[in-house]
Design a protein around this ligand. Structure first.
Ligand code: MN3
Length: 243
């Protein structure tokens, strides 16, 4: 047996085992940004949540999660696929976003909707302790460097997210080695050529009313304040440190 063949088999076995272990604990490995962007044979699919619908309680309620994932996100997936039927170029979301100003608005809205939500689900995790998690590792160092403290960063992020007029997203992005907080309207994101601030998204917060209205009604600031409890900082760090 050649070395290549042996390595291939070994890798396959490891991936298989990781898959089984992942299923046992009910957790999917974080989709990398590339995995989220690359549509499977040109078709988007609704990714499973990496936790149960009720797993983020009491901070985000099960009904909101279920409707948000199985109805809203599903609709973006279906409409994106419909919009891509007649599109003949490279069906990778990042390359679509880079030329989004020239494409059909349906690809912009639904491609953004699919990408943003896929990222959002993976950046949250259950928190049974009720203590707000802190960033750790390289991302924590970078936040302290660029925002002077973790508390300042959270304050600035929450303020910008609260002030978004209408529907949109608040982001932490890496832009030429520096961290920045930015916001986008609707389902736009910082990978799009039309974004006022472009960069690699590493943290995303959905502030559309459908993300919080059932539990928080008009109190967006309370939703944001509670959302910090379920931010998965290990995943943020993973996105930040993965080139
Ligand atoms: Mn949403």
């Amino acid at each position: 047996m050649s070395n290549n063949r042996r390595d291939f088999l070994k890798k396959g076995a490891l991936i298989g085992l990781a898959g089984i272990a992942g299923k046992l604990v009910g957790e999917e490995k974080l989709k990398t940004l590339d995995q989220i962007a690359s549509l499977n044979e040109g078709e988007a699919t609704l990714p499973p949540l990496p936790y149960a619908y009720n797993a983020l309680e009491p901070f985000i309620d099960a009904q909101t999660m279920e409707i948000h994932h199985s109805k809203h996100h599903k609709a973006y997936v279906d409409k994106l696929n419909a919009a891509l039927i007649s599109f003949k170029g490279d069906k990778n979301l990042v390359s679509l976003f880079a030329q989004i100003s020239k494409l059909d608005v349906s690809i912009r809205n639904n491609g953004g909707g699919h990408y943003n939500h896929s990222l959002f689900w993976n950046l949250m995790q259950p928190n049974k302790e009720g203590k707000k998690p802190m960033a750790e590792g390289k991302i924590a160092e970078a936040i302290t460097k660029d925002f002077s403290s973790f508390e300042n960063f959270q304050k600035e992020f929450a303020e910008k997210a609260t002030k978004i007029f209408g529907s949109g997203w608040c982001w932490l992005i890496e832009q030429e080695g520096k961290l920045k907080i930015t916001t986008t309207p609707n389902q736009d994101n910082p990978l799009m050529d039309i974004a006022s601030e472009k960069g690699k998204p590493i943290l995303a917060l959905d502030v559309w009313e459908h993300a919080y209205y059932l539990k928080y009604q008009n109190k967006r600031a309370d939703y944001i304040n509670n959302w910090w409890n379920v931010v998965n900082w290990n995943k943020v760090n993973e996105l930040y440190t993965t080139k």
